[in-house]
Design a protein around this ligand. Structure first.
Ligand code: 5GP
Ligand code: MN
Ligand code: MN
Length: 325
């Protein structure tokens, strides 16, 4: 049962005294928020804790306390290893990326996640697929353990909820999500400031990138699929960084009649990173899984290798097929 999972997770945190907290590569708001909340919890239990991510913390998320302590593995692989690991917001082991290089031989892992595609890769697993965000599960855990959170932890929980629900708008915005968010506001979380900072404000390169992306916006014959392509040159010439891709794919999905929006992003090593968003008609996580990726019904991703033009058309064909079913 879920309560048994929460008990086991709490026992996992109480045992041992040195922990590593990890999340997925190219972390989003929920990944970073969950990382700092677990760190907060472990410190609350009097534990020693380090946080490492393969990628840097997106600049927009650095307003949260403790994000500066999340070590960027790619910048400098740490030499120490850890034998108690907590992975948050990771659907499978591969999402941890290079940070698994910091796991000691025989390390034990606690996996806390909300992705329906989660394969239960931990020794202990807390998986609730109807949670809007991993931070919602962490809130369950704190509520269950009777832990009173402070404004800092509340800010992270609020941020994870806000970002994974697209500003409390996606279908995962349940009454429970609003209740949890409300209790966070009671703690003094500046909800309006966070929403403006994360959802409204854009960097100039971000807007220039949007301009280029829209220039190349393409529709399928029936207008049910729309896609954007961003090249390495687009990034360089606008001065954009990875963070500036945030939200771009929604412009493709948000067109009236479109059921699946896709962003193809050329990577430095000649691959293409695919971001898919669905209105709900097609399960994009199932499509992503065909190409070695995963995610949720309405938001999923994968990477394409080989002859890129061919892989792109076979992915679009897979989307067409999914929409015909
Ligand atoms: P995004 O399009 O924002 O990169 O990712 C949307 C969702 O798809 C993420 O929350 C994540 O669950 C999933 N996702 C994206 N890329 C990958 C991938 O390469 N592998 C897997 N397993 N999931 C991915
Ligand atoms: Mn995530
Ligand atoms: Mn999440």
């Amino acid at each position: 049962t879920y309560e048994k999972q929460l008990d086991d997770a709490i026992a996992f945190m109480r045992e041992g005294d040195r922990f590593l907290v990890v999340s997925h590569v190219q972390p989003d708001g929920d990944a970073i928020s969950s990382t700092v909340v677990v760190c907060w919890l472990l410190r609350h239990f009097g534990k020693q804790v380090n946080m490492i991510n393969e990628s840097p913390v997106p600049i927009k998320l650095t307003f949260m306390e403790d994000t500066a302590s999340i070590h960027n593995y790619s910048l400098q692989p740490p030499t120490e290893t850890y034998d108690r690991i907590i992975a948050v917001d990771c659907a499978d082991f591969r999402r941890i990326g290079l940070v698994s290089g910091s796991f000691a031989e025989g390390a034990v892992l606690l996996n806390i996640d909300h992705h329906p595609t989660n394969d239960g890769f931990g020794a202990v697993n807390v998986i609730r697929t109807d949670a809007a965000a991993t931070v919602e599960i962490l809130y369950d855990l704190m509520e269950y353990a009777g832990i009173v959170l402070d404004k800092e932890a509340a800010t992270a929980i609020y941020t994870g909820l806000l970002t994974d629900t697209g500003g409390f708008r996606y279908s995962n915005t349940t009454p429970r999500v609003m209740n949890v968010a409300s209790s966070m506001l009671v703690k003094g979380v500046p909800g309006h400031w966070i929403a403006n900072h994360l959802l409204e404000r854009m960097t100039k390169p971000q807007l220039l990138l949007l301009q280029r992306g829209l220039n190349g916006l393409t529709f399928s014959e029936d207008n049910r699929i729309a896609w954007l392509y961003i090249s390495v040159a687009d990034m360089a010439e606008t001065g954009a960084i990875g963070d500036d891709l945030e939200g771009l794919v929604n412009y493709a999905l948000n067109v009236e009649g479109v059921e699946v929006g896709i962003l193809f992003k050329e990577t430095e090593n000649g691959q293409v990173k695919v971001s898919m968003r669905s209105s709900g008609k097609a399960d994009v996580s199932a499509i992503a899984q065909l190409f070695g990726g995963g995610g949720h019904v309405r938001a999923a991703g994968c990477r394409l290798e080989g002859v890129i033009a061919d892989s792109i058309s076979s992915l679009i064909n897979a989307v067409r097929k999914a929409l015909e079913e």
